[in-house]
Write a protein that binds this ligand. Structure first.
Ligand code: GLN
Length: 232
């Protein structure tokens, strides 16, 4: 848990799924990454006490829904479907799905993976993209509980491709050269996505969080955090 300094104020608990580097991963018992730093900057700017907990993906979604959690930060895409159940902060990061597979592949576009064994993280936009491509109930789709589990399945040969977020996939391929993985982008098949901080519907903190987000985007803090995790 990452706890901000106590001031007698209520501590808001945010959940995450910490196998999603460079956005969130574990360093000892601490969640680190772009989202961890962004959330920290936002909450400090907003004057809110918080802790950031590795709850796992599904428990995070459930917890924010039933308000046992104050929010979630996990490279979470703002979607119309989720907006029926949740609020989101202002968008803070642009992303797109990509196809991860083994080097030397013939795959050139999303169309080419039809008929292949596809791994996704359950309930993610990668999961939705796979369903759109090969059908909602396709037995070609295998669902895993974490991003790390999808990548293990790919390396074990349990699936032939993984559909996941580009930033995470790029980071994984770069940091695991022995896995011999490659990425196929397909801007015609996949939609532009934007990450937001997940909040309960009607969250009393949305306004403060959005204002703080705007401030850190304007005062250079966002850029500093970005260059720490995505450049050099
Ligand atoms: N951006 C994707 C989504 O919101 C994946 C997020 C994740 O796996 N942490 O569904």
């Amino acid at each position: 848990n990452n706890e901000s300094s106590g001031s007698g104020k209520e501590t808001l608990t945010f959940g995450t799924e910490a196998t999603f580097a460079p956005f969130e991963s574990m360093e000892g018992d601490k969640v680190v990454g772009f989202d961890a730093d962004l959330l920290d900057a936002v909450m400090k700017e907003a004057g809110l006490d918080y802790e950031f907990k590795n709850t796992g993906w599904d428990p995070m979604l459930v917890g924010v829904k039933d308000e046992s959690l104050a929010g979630g930060a996990a490279g979470i895409t703002i979607t119309d479907e989720r907006k029926e159940t949740y609020d989101f902060s202002a968008p803070y990061f642009e992303a797109m799905q990509t196809i991860a597979t083994t080097e030397g592949t013939d795959i050139q576009s999303a169309e080419d993976i039809k008929g292949m064994k596809i791994g996704v993280q359950n309930g993610t936009t990668g999961d939705s993209a796979a369903q759109q491509l090969v059908g909602e109930n396709s037995t070609d789709i295998s669902k895993y509980e974490s991003s790390a589990a999808t990548m293990m399945a790919l390396q074990n040969g349990d699936v032939e491709v993984v559909i996941t977020d580009n930033g995470v996939a790029q980071h994984y391929v770069k940091n695991n050269p022995d896995a011999n993985l490659t990425l196929i982008d397909d801007k015609d098949s996949f939609e532009q996505e934007y990450y937001g901080i997940l909040l309960p519907k009607g969250s009393e903190h949305k306004e403060a969080i959005d204002e703080a987000m705007q401030t850190i985007m304007e005062n250079g803090t966002y850029e500093e955090i970005y260059s720490e995790w995505f450049e050099g």
